[in-house]
Design a protein around this ligand. Structure first.
Ligand SMILES: Cc1ncc(COP(=O)(O)O)c(C=O)c1O
Length: 388
């Protein structure tokens, strides 16, 4: 990349075979959902993530909405989740008339703090949602145990976590249900796109009905019934074959995509660690297993004011950096539909200081170096403190 060209925050990319696959799908004669490419993607997910059933959806938002129905969440129920997450995590349950109950996150992984979950449980609690922020696993062993003890459905919002693992199990396959995103900002993309992983075999039959607009079309296609009809609530949750065809090309390269991102992540860590060591900024927690799928790379500034100044400085250097989330518990929707448990001090603190740096598949080590040099310049740090 030329020295002064813009380094975007994200850039959707193609691995090569996407358009060929789309042409194939068109020539197959049917481009609505549940066709050959949908089946290939679902098989890929079932095999590579090791889960009994995957259903493609048109977004992770849709997968979460399916999960809310499958968990039996109803009006007046409560669902425990972090506040530091994307709006869809909560909206899926608010749509069923349930109350999101927001608990704080851990300071290291920025995932839901499992030590706070039990005190948020009431007789109305129906489910717990673990959001694997940046692809880093939540404390799944503890959460699984809590849900088992209290007979709650465990749902993983693994929107950011394709191919990340926790103790050898792929994220999204540990809870009863797991939700993935293939939105263009994710590691593996199809524009809009997602998948529901149904890890609890008891939920598979109903999932197929909800997926197909509340009909038993799947049983009909298998020859198990001679007409298909409306049997349950549901919606049009499936994507078209055009989306699935694009996605299949990406899935075939998913591991390569993640390993390139991990190399970029390692470069960021390498270059920015000297700044961390002299107390100028905070870096993400690095587990012994490394940076999972390197979905997000972020730094922690001193405060919101410093973050705004750093964003402006990077922008001046033709580099885009963004922050998230506006915590759900303090958003108008969160105040209207949810309730907070505890003071959410980590959420409030982190959301005011976290800054996401550019990270995308076409990025090179030189781009990472340029971002880090601009950050060092902002802190007036000696560039020679940055390693190669
Ligand atoms: C944690 C989380 N959950 C859910 C979603 C929604 O995903 P989608 O855009 O595929 O609906 C996102 C998207 O960014 C996310 O980050």
């Amino acid at each position: 990349m030329e020295k002064n060209s813009r380094i975007p925050f994200n850039k959707p990319f193609v691995v090569g075979k996407e358009l060929f696959n789309i042409a194939q799908a068109v020539m197959n004669g049917s481009i609505s959902g549940d066709g050959e490419y949908t089946h290939r993607c679902q098989e890929w997910l079932e095999t590579h993530l090791r889960t009994p059933k995957a259903l493609l959806t048109h977004s992770c938002t849709a997968a979460l909405e399916m999960a809310a129905i499958l968990a039996g969440v109803e009006h007046g129920d409560e669902v425990i989740m972090p506040s530091f997450t994307f709006v869809s995590t909560a909206n899926a349950f608010a749509l069923r008339g349930a109350k999101p109950v927001f608990v704080d996150i851990r300071e290291d992984t920025l995932g839901i703090d499992e030590r706070l979950v039990e005190s948020a449980i009431t007789p109305k609690t129906r489910a717990v949602v673990a959001v694997h922020y940046a692809g880093q696993p939540c404390a799944m062993t503890a959460l699984t145990e809590i849900c088992r003890r209290h007979n709650l459905t465990l749902i993983e919002d693994a929107a950011q976590a394709i191919l990340s693992e926790n103790e050898g199990s792929a994220l999204g396959t540990i809870g009863d249900l797991g939700c993935l995103s293939f939105h263009e900002t994710k590691n593996v993309i199809s524009g809009e796109g997602g998948a529901l992983l149904i890890n609890n075999p008891n939920l598979i039959e109903r999932a197929e009905i909800i997926w197909q607009k509340g009909t038993n079309r799947k049983s009909f296609l298998r020859g198990q019934v001679d007409k298909y009809t409306w049997v349950d609530i549901g919606s049009s949750f499936l994507p078209s074959e055009l989306t699935a065809a694009f996605l299949y090309a990406q899935l075939e390269h998913a591991r390569r995509i993640n390993s390139h991102r991990r190399a970029l992540y390692a470069k960021y860590v390498d270059l920015l660690t000297p700044l961390k060591q002299i107390g100028l900024l905070g870096l993400p927690f690095l587990s012994a297993d490394g940076p999972a799928n390197a979905h997000i790379f972020y730094v922690l500034c001193k405060d919101t004011l410093q973050r705004s100044a750093l964003i402006a400085h990077l922008d001046h250097n033709n580099i885009s950096a963004v922050f998230h989330y506006v915590p759900l518990h303090s958003s108008p929707g969160g105040l209207k539909f949810g309730r907070s448990q505890g003071d959410l001090s980590v959420t409030n603190d982190v959301s005011g200081r976290l800054l996401r740096l550019p990270m995308y598949s076409e990025m090179g080590a030189g781009d990472v170096r340029r971002v880090c040099s601009a950050i060092a310049d902002f802190f007036k740090a000696d560039l020679s403190t940055l390693s190669n």
